[in-house]
Ligand binder design. Sequence first.
Ligand code: FES
Ligand SMILES: [Fe+2]
Length: 441
Amino acid sequence: MPKARIPDPALLVEPDRVRREVYTDPDIFDMEMARIHERVWVYCGHASQIPRPGDYYTVQIGRQPMMMVRAKDGAVHVLYNRCPHRGAMLCGDRHGNTGEFFRCSYHAWTFHHDGSLRNIPMMESGYAGTGWGRDNPDCHVRHAARVRNYRGFVFASLAEDGPTLEAFLGPAKIAFDDMCDRAPEGEVEVVPTCFRMVQHSNWKIFLENQLDALHPSVTHQSTGRAAREVELEIEQRTGKAPLAYHMLSAFSTVTIDKWDDFKTLNYPNGHCILTGYMGLRPQDPDTLEYERVLARACGEARKEQILTTDIHHVLLYPGLSVQSPLQQLRAVRPLSVDRTLTEIWHFRLKGAPEPIYRRALAYYNLVNSPSTMINADDLENFWKCQQGLSSQGGDWVSFHRHHGSDIAREGGVESAPGRGTSEAPMRNQMKAWTQFMRAER
Ligand code: FES
Ligand SMILES: [Fe+2]
């Protein structure tokens, strides 16, 4: 990498603004992959994506093709998808079952589920005296330095050193606790269908949008208004419109001035939480039945505690956006400086009645899917930002909104009361970015 061309990252980032090259320079992108995505804890997938021994699921960590594998003893391994012989990828499919062992399609070297070498054709005669064999670590499939499963959510770090997953996530791990605690059985199960979408914009533009409380009532106003019209018409005709309409109409009924009533909590390592948005505890018969099931599982007091947890959205830097009350998860996989793959998943609360799953599915389809107008309007903005930032029409991106009013708390920074549209989350992400990028390697 031509390091000399890259200025000190700290010169690119000021507390309230960021140079445009941070979004457009391919060398900075390479440095981000090496210093952020290929070092910190990155989400690989949910353990329920690979329930049986031999199941694998491929995943990109930074620029590295990896795969998550279930072994016979139930352990989950994260391996480089790369044969130690001549370098072929071991698994060409996105996911599947490899059977008892991996068998490279090129020369039939075989490997156990943990990546260790099982056999090489005619190993004794072919490799006698060469130093190649089971005792040589170079003959095994390389694995991620660290793997950790937190309540079914599997993360890997490609760096030997660094904080534990729990320490890295800090208070943001509530995203997984909140999602799992809402399940009567205390865990969630992935719905195998995943939308994959390539955004024509830098990965940080997506993350900066996630807790951007100013944009919904602007970007999504037209969709919200149309949904509100239909919702009202159904209400007048039948007395009550299905909850799904509320998921969309909220974008127009929560007007721009109301967004300042919400709050963002900003934590070390770039993680952020948005609280206060959208009533998610309706009193319809389906919800009441679910509440009864949950109370039977964990008791009335604990049920109340779980259902009054005030979280709408959690951003786990550098690649996850989780809406735990609606069981939604989006993972970001940067492809290049101006191309970003997003995986859009949703989950089932184990033990909850079917209508609660239907609610998660409705939100998945209506708000997060690539075919909804909500997502389409975001994507257009992301693309427009990338285009504008690639021009010479300006040098800086502004994160000035409510700068100077954020409140420092023990362990984090909160947006001030009545200032929920503060660009504190973006400032917080760029602060973490600068720390990761400057760290000595
Ligand atoms: S490249 Fe895999 S066995 Fe040769
Ligand atoms: Fe949006």
